[in-house]
Design a protein around this ligand. Structure first.
Ligand code: AMP
Ligand code: FES
Ligand code: ZN
Ligand code: ZN
Length: 301
């Protein structure tokens, strides 16, 4: 088959909207879609300094690549979680990706900070839960300490659709009240944005291939993946039967999201006595989990 717009051979068949595109026209289509997402949801202003958090995987690498191409001022941050060989490989990919892009990469290593990696802490808390808490805190604190205007993550349409799906299945209305392509900044919380919000995983894989981005394919050995993957599979089955299912589901959710707003608990946030970041009690969950008595400072020297 030929590309819809030129004489070249098709590189991909898109299902929604249905069309065949060559490599060049697919990349243009993808970049235009990211640009439109940024404009539609007012994710970023052209002059803002953006911290792209890169895991070594495809989604965040493509996010950094496209934002740079669209002219945004980006720097990247990778957190080495200290999960054995998996983390070493992830870091190596992040380094390679940023070198290729020519953007500064900052690396924070959990083992250097705490002497233990994720998965090596004796606690009753599930690994993925304290891993998530640790990542979220460091993304935000790093961005805050260094004056970034936004943190960009690689979440794609499949991630979002499956997350909303699973939140509905568990009637987790607290989550349903605040998901979306943007979490506005407030006080010491730096704005969080998802530029790939409307792009499917399949499109992201194809874009990485077209632009020659190499990435870590392996899942984390502690992957909470299993159930998330099941939801993704179900949505993919539906998408195959009815192209557009995922995007319409997510857009429909965004229109109805306000229905869940009343579920949001108004939590009084004070300041962590150790790090000064927002906290529910006297210590924030990060300082309290890691037993810190002195704040971590991520200011770039
Ligand atoms: P996940 O929660 O693993 O699906 O990751 C969601 C997003 O968080 C990714 O797209 C990345 O932008 C970011 N991320 C995940 N792990 C890391 C990491 N180790 N270092 C930096 N960013 C990460
Ligand atoms: Fe966090 Fe696997 S436990 S990435
Ligand atoms: Zn073409
Ligand atoms: Zn704290």
């Amino acid at each position: 088959m030929k590309c819809k717009f030129c004489e070249r051979k098709a590189f991909i068949k898109l299902h929604y909207p249905r069309m065949y595109l060559c490599e060049k026209h697919f990349m243009e289509y993808f970049e235009r879609k990211v640009k439109r997402t940024i404009e539609r949801y007012k994710l970023l202003r052209p002059d803002e300094r953006v911290l792209v958090v890169v895991s070594g995987g495809k989604d965040s690498a493509v996010t950094a690549y496209v934002l740079k191409k669209l002219g945004y001022r980006i720097e990247c941050l990778h957190i080495n979680l200290g999960i054995g060989e998996y983390s070493e490989k992830s870091e190596a990919y992040a380094v390679r990706q940023c070198k290729k892009l020519g953007v500064p990469l900052h690396i924070v290593r959990i083992k250097e900070l705490f002497g233990k990696g994720i998965g090596e802490v004796r606690t009753r808390r599930p690994i993925c839960s304290y891993c998530g808490l640790t990542k979220r805190y460091i993304f935000n604190k790093f961005a805050y300490d260094n004056g970034f205007d936004a943190v960009a993550t690689g979440h794609n349409l499949d991630d979002e659709a499956s997350f909303i799906f699973s939140s509905i299945m568990h009637w987790n209305t607290q989550y349903l009240a605040k998901q979306g392509p943007i979490l506005p900044g407030e006080g010491k919380f730096v704005k969080k944005v998802k530029p790939l919000y409307e792009l499917t995983e399949r499109e992201v894989v194809a874009y990485a291939l077209a632009s020659g981005i190499e990435y870590h394919i392996e899942e984390c050995p502690h992957a909470r993946g299993a159930t998330t993957l099941e939801y993704k599979e179900i949505l993919n089955m539906m998408e195959e039967k009815r192209p557009g299912t995922k995007i319409n589901f997510v857009k429909g959710y965004l229109r109805k999201k306000k229905l869940f707003k009343i579920e949001l608990e108004e939590i009084e946030l004070g300041e962590c006595r150790v790090c000064g970041m927002p906290a529910q009690g006297e210590k924030c969950s990060f300082c309290s989990f890691w037993g810190l008595e002195q704040a971590l400072n991520f200011k770039i020297k």
